[in-house]
Each structure stands twice: as C-alpha cells, then as structure tokens.
Design a protein around this ligand. Structure first.
Ligand SMILES: Nc1ncnc2c1ncn2[C@@H]1O[C@H](COP(=O)(O)OP(=O)(O)OP(=O)(O)O)[C@@H](O)[C@H]1O
Ligand SMILES: [Mg+2]
Length: 340
C-alpha cells in the first residue's frame, strides 16, 4: 500500500510537487501520468526515500518514509528513470550481487526465474556495458522485482523497449500487480488504459484528476458518439434531419465520405434506434460504431484546461465536467482505433 499525504517538494524556491494526496492499495496498478516536468519522478524519488520532501509525508508498505526509510526500502522495488547499473559486471553476477545485498533466499533459482521473466536468460553472461538500451531497461526491472517486493515503483518501465518487449513487460507488470501495489509512470497513454485500473494525472506538481480509467472517460465525456457510414442515396440531409429528431440525440454532423457523427446523451445507447432510422429512411448501413474519449483526449483536455485557467485548485480529486464549448475544442477522435 502507498499512502501519500500533502506531499510537497521545492527545489530552491521552485515548486516541483505541491500538496499531493493519494493512495494505492494492494492489488492495484495505478498509472501516474503527466507531461514532462509534472513532478512524477520527484514524487517517486520521495516515495523510495531517495529524496526528502519539503513538506507532507507518505507511508509505503506501512512504514513512514521519514521515520523508517530502511524498512521502506526493504519492501519496495524501484525502477528509476535512469537506471544505474554496474557496466563492467555481468548480468547474472549483478543480480546475484543485488540479491545478496537484499538477502534473497534461494537466490540462484530466483535469479534464473527473474532473468526468464524479463527475457534476458540468453544474456546472463553478457557484460552489462554491452547490452542494448532496451535490455538495460529490462535488467533494471529485473533488479526491481528480484526480492519480491510488495510495492513496485516503476518510472517509465517500458521506455526504450521495442513493441514486442513492451507487450511482454506490460504482461509481467499486470501479473505482478495481482498481489502487490504498483505505481507506474508513463507517457504512453494506451499503456495506462491497458495496464492500470486507476490513474492519477498530475500537472505542474498538482493532481488534476484521479479516478478509474473508465470513470475518467465517462465523466469528462458527458456525451457519447456514434459514427455511421451509409450508402444508397447521395443526399444525407433527410437522414440527418430524422436522426436529429431522435430523442436523446444532441447533435448530428457530417463526416468524411458518406458518414455522420451522432452525439447522444452519455447514459443512452441509441445504436438500435440509429440503425433503424437509417434503414427506414431508405439508406444502407455500411458501418456503425460508438466511440468514447480516449485517455489521450482526456489528458490533453485536462492539461489545456489547466493552462487556460491558470493555477489549478489544490487537491481537487474531482474532474469538472467540461463545458460544451471546451468539449468541442477537445481534439476529436480520429486516433481512437490505435489508442484502444
Ligand atoms: N535535482 C533537481 N534540481 C532542481 N530542479 C529539479 C531537479 N529535479 C527535478 N527538478 C524540477 O522539478 C520539476 C519536476 O521534475 P520531474 O523530474 O519530477 O518531472 P517528471 O514528471 O518526472 O517529468 P518527465 O516526464 O520529463 O520525466 C521540473 O520542473 C524539474 O525541472
Ligand atoms: Mg520523470
């Protein structure tokens, strides 16, 4: 478990993290999201006791980071942003060394297991300095999980990995998350949607949203979209008018090709009514799909909102529903397919 209360860090007079309060439970993988300089790494370094906070406190695995840093370190696995490895050691020797430091039992067997998990078995005798960037990252992950820590703090764990390895590492993290508490930072938004049940978005050192991945989408959305492609008749105006008159439809707009985008109230699923209306109006229905906002849309929306409004409200876990106008300004959904 991770419990963070009012955590604040100033570098000199410049605030990096201001009044962060959040929890992450056992069995939970929480995504830590924010643009460059948001304060993610700073927060993680404080939680792993490598950096002292200016104010506030945190408990990790039940121990206070200020009162019991050694107890905390014993129970966490940390993959730092820049992994420090001993370049002239061999892969297996390094893990044996780290394992001895941490008094891991049945170490040899455990090292084999972990090498297998991060797909480095065939590089066990390589000199670390000769590994590729992605291999170094995976070795960093291996040392983070070696002692079976109950809390994992991973700063961009898939950075520099190729697509196949990213999939592998995500699967590994998902597995690890069943019995542990995982806090992971990333810039890859689809990754959050795939791996994390909950997400904390920070911007300029403050939390701007924290919720489940789905709830964030729903709450910000306020409306649902249905996209259709039709054929049969050139002129779409009669269909557009009929769709507009369906109860629960907020707006209908033409889209590329022979398409229409229908915005409906969020709590309604009007797909059957839309399909029926298309056919009854004498058109053929080629495609119908409903869209929700991707995390990327939400993220950009929140960040823009904060920038426009200036200083965000401190400690506001609630995401305000966007105004209709702001919602129109949100980048729309061209990239949905890839993001999902
Ligand atoms: N050692 C340091 N000394 C002074 N300022 C620092 C130091 N480390 C970080 N900062 C500042 O604190 C702020 C937060 O940085 P941090 O590294 O926590 O961001 P981040 O969210 O991890 O960003 P990124 O996505 O780029 O990794 C930034 O303004 C950064 O310049
Ligand atoms: Mg960082």
């Amino acid at each position: 478990m991770i419990e963070v209360y009012n955590l604040t860090k100033f570098y000199g007079t410049r605030p990096a993290v201001q009044g962060l309060t959040f929890r992450a439970e056992k069995g939970e993988i929480v995504g830590f999201l924010g643009p460059n300089g948001a304060g993610k790494t700073t927060t993680m370094r404080i939680l792993t006791t490598y950096l002292a906070p200016t104010a506030g406190t945190a408990r990790v695995a039940g121990f206070d980071i200020l009162d019991a840093p050694l107890e905390v370190r014993r129970r966490i696995g940390y993959l730092p942003e820049r992994v420090a490895l001993y370049d002239d050691m061999r892969v297996r020797d390094f893990l044996m060394f780290m394992g001895r430091l941490r008094r891991v039992s049945r170490l040899k067997q455990r090292v084999d297991e972990v090498l297998e998990q991060v797909d480095l078995t065939d590089r066990a005798t390589s000199i670390i300095g000769t590994l590729s960037q992605g291999m170094r990252q995976r070795l960093g992950l291996a040392q983070a999980i070696l002692h079976n820590p109950e809390v994992l703090i991973l700063d961009e764990p898939t950075l520099g990995l190729d697509p196949a390895q990213r999939v592998e590492v995500r699967r590994l993290i998902t597995e690890l998350g069943w019995e542990r508490t995982v806090l992971l930072s990333t810039h890859i938004l689809p990754e959050v949607q795939q791996v994390c049940r909950r997400v904390i978005i920070i911007h300029k050192g403050r939390i701007v949203a924290q919720d489940t991945t789905e709830a964030l989408g729903e709450r910000l959305e306020g409306s649902r979209r249905i996209l259709i492609q039709v054929a049969g008749q050139e002129d779409l105006t009669p269909l557009l008018t009929r769709l507009q008159n369906l109860p629960g439809v907020l707006a209908v707009a033409p889209r590329d090709g022979h398409g229409l985008e229908i915005r409906t109230q969020a709590h309604l699923d009007l797909r059957p009514q839309v399909a029926r209306t298309v056919l009854e109006s004498g058109y053929d229905l080629l495609e119908l799909r409903s869209m929700t906002l991707s995390l990327e849309d939400i993220f950009l929306h929140l960040i823009q909102q904060e920038d426009e409004e200036g200083e965000p409200e401190p400690e506001s876990p609630e995401v305000a529903a966007p105004s209709a106008e702001a919602s129109e300004a949100t980048p729309t959904s061209e990239s949905k397919g890839e993001a999902a």
